[in-house]
Design a protein around this ligand. Structure first.
Ligand code: OOB
Length: 548
């Protein structure tokens, strides 16, 4: 296995193979199998453009050859930073076939995250759009490249502009396909990013074998088949829309993928009507926006059969509203880039569907729910969710110290999520032990933001916590102890923007205190701060001794 990655122990790997979970097929073949049966069928729709399976397959071969001609070799890492454009799907297969390893950055990521991802993965190439969401990625790419000599190649999808040495994606597609050695299916196929536990996001290696199993399981659980039309609303660079079942799940069964540039009803509803979309995946805030929008316009959503909702907590009431407004079945989806997927079954009774976050997908998902000492809690009680299984990774990339804490001695991953298990095997996710704010599905590592805030000269101490929000579920509240005059929120967010971090990480609210409350052992008392964050500022100021 790639250096810096942790393999499954032999006994477990043998078991997963014997059970037929791991089938020894490289992910590039996921599309290759399809042309025989689905060749002339439409695989991908983006705007006015449509690709058949055969065309997509050929494009992937050409781009694989083109990347190889650029000197990119099997096992090397390529940071892919694209919005929902067809080139992202082609590149995904091109890299799988070449055996080079995509590292998927999220569209919202900016200089700091990209710089970190390139360094942490030792990337040799970086792939960007020209302009996306009003942001010129070419300038960012040129800057990152100048600072990182290991980054040999920058590819621009669209117009490379005038910066030196940026390669046109269109040139890659001109290359004649070449015969390429097949990558080892037991080895790493791609890297996903963790939602963040401590500090910067960690890299999660996923193998061909384990990811394909993830794709197969979730496609089957959502009842996908060649009549499926999947609308990719969330970023395809994220595991949920990529493979749970998402784009790869749909293509694995010969269905059709429709790319949506963003999830607003204005964009999505006409596409649903025009393409007769049957399945999509949303985060809860978007589900609520859609539910409200349906009432106000005459959209034809009658083709929708299943809407997945996941990525952050959904209340039973919100789930009920979405399902009623969208007029189709809901599927709760609790998942993580690290592996485990827990999803509702198509035949779950209504109450379970609304109140539980589904059931783990594989019979070989081993679940433990434990107390602070790693002892299993009594059945039905809440504890931290630990997991081990055929598509749950065994270690973050090049992170042995962190891995020693993130896993038990017998290889169970500590998810940092709090859960209880129902007698039916369904999981109810009740909260979180990890220091993360889940902003409607976008994960913000408190420590990462605090570290940036601490670099501001006016800040002596900083703590970021979640505060409840009716739409997003949570927003972030930053508590600071100033040095001298207190900074304003606008000053801090401008400062953070200048440091080049993704906009969703910017604090939503600022509270200024004289001191941060501490626990008995002298750590910042975040539970107390979370409580304070819910109170009106004046009362909070009195309780924790903030400045007048
Ligand atoms: C998905 O993946 P990530 O890696 O961005 O985030 C994982 C974390 C989980 O550990 C949990 O804290 C939270 O996001 N989460 C949920 C949830 N789904 C994820 N919390 C409550 N309810 C849910 N339904 O977010 C992801 C990956 C694949 C499929 C779906 C979501």
């Amino acid at each position: 296995m790639l250096e810096g990655c942790v393999p499954w122990p032999r006994e477990l790997a043998d078991r997963y193979r014997a059970a037929g979970h791991w089938r020894g097929e490289p992910l590039g073949a996921l599309l290759r199998a399809a042309p025989h049966t689905h060749g002339p069928r439409t695989a991908l729709v983006a705007g006015q453009d449509r690709w058949t399976y055969a065309e997509l397959d050929e494009q992937a071969d050409r781009v694989a050859a083109g990347l190889r001609q650029q000197g990119i070799r099997p096992g090397e890492r390529v940071v892919v930073h694209l919005p929902n454009v067809p080139e992202l799907v082609v590149l995904c297969f091109a890299l799988f076939r070449l055996g080079a390893l995509p590292v998927f950055a999220l569209p919202a990521h900016r200089r700091t995250e990209v710089d970190y991802l390139c360094r942490a993965s030792d990337a040799v190439a970086y792939i960007v759009p020209d302009v996306a969401g009003g942001f010129d990625h070419r300038a960012l790419a040129a800057q990152v490249r100048a600072e990182l000599p290991a980054l040999r190649t920058v590819v621009v999808v669209g117009d490379p502009g005038h910066a030196d040495g940026l390669l046109r994606y269109a040139d890659l597609t001109e290359t004649q396909p070449v015969e390429l050695p097949e990558p080892d299916p037991t080895d790493v196929a791609l890297f996903l990013l963790s939602g963040g536990t401590t500090g910067v996001p960690k890299l999660i290696p996923r193998t061909h074998d384990d990811y394909w199993y993830n794709i197969r399981l979730s496609a089957a659980n959502a009842g996908l088949d060649s009549d499926t039309v999947y609308l990719a609303v969330l970023p395809v660079a994220h595991n949920y829309a990529l493979a749970c079942p998402g784009v790869l799940g749909t293509l694995s069964v010969g269905g059709r993928v429709v790319l949506c540039p963003n999830g607003s009803p204005d964009e999505a509803f006409p596409l649903i009507a025009a393409e007769r979309v049957t399945v999509t995946g949303l985060v809860p805030p978007l589900g609520l926006i859609w539910a409200d929008a349906v009432a106000n316009r005459s959209a034809d959503l009658s083709s929708l059969r299943l809407v997945q909702v996941g990525g952050s907590h959904v209340t039973p009431e919100a789930a009920r509203r979405m399902s009623a407004a969208l007029g189709c079945r809901l599927q709760q989806s609790f998942g993580m880039a690290e592996g485990l997927l827990s999803q509702s079954r198509l035949d779950d009774p209504e109450d379970l569907l609304l109140t539980a976050q589904g059931k783990p997908l594989s019979p070989d998902d081993e679940i433990r729910i434990v107390d602070h000492d790693d002892h299993p809690v009594p059945d039905g009680e809440t504890g931290e969710l630990l997991v081990r299984g055929p598509y749950t990774f065994r270690g973050y990339y090049r992170a042995p110290d962190h891995n020693a804490r993130a896993f038990t001695d017998d290889g169970f991953f500590r998810t940092g999520d709090l859960a209880r298990r129902l007698p039916t095997g369904h999981l109810v996710i009740t909260g979180r032990r990890k220091d993360v704010i889940n902003r409607g599905g976008e994960k913000v590592s408190a420590e990462e933001v605090e570290n940036h805030v601490l670099a501001h000269p006016a800040v002596a101490q900083a703590a970021l916590v979640a505060m409840p929000d009716p739409l997003l579920g949570e927003r972030s509240c930053l508590f600071v102890v100033p040095r001298g005059e207190a900074p304003r929120l606008g000053q801090l967010t401008s400062f953070l923007r200048e440091r080049g971090i993704a906009a969703y990480k910017l604090p939503d609210r600022l509270r200024v205190l004289d001191t941060l409350p501490q626990t008995a052992v002298g750590k910042v008392d975040k539970a107390r701060l979370r409580e304070e964050a819910t109170k009106p500022p004046a009362r909070a100021a009195r309780t924790v001794g903030a400045r007048p």
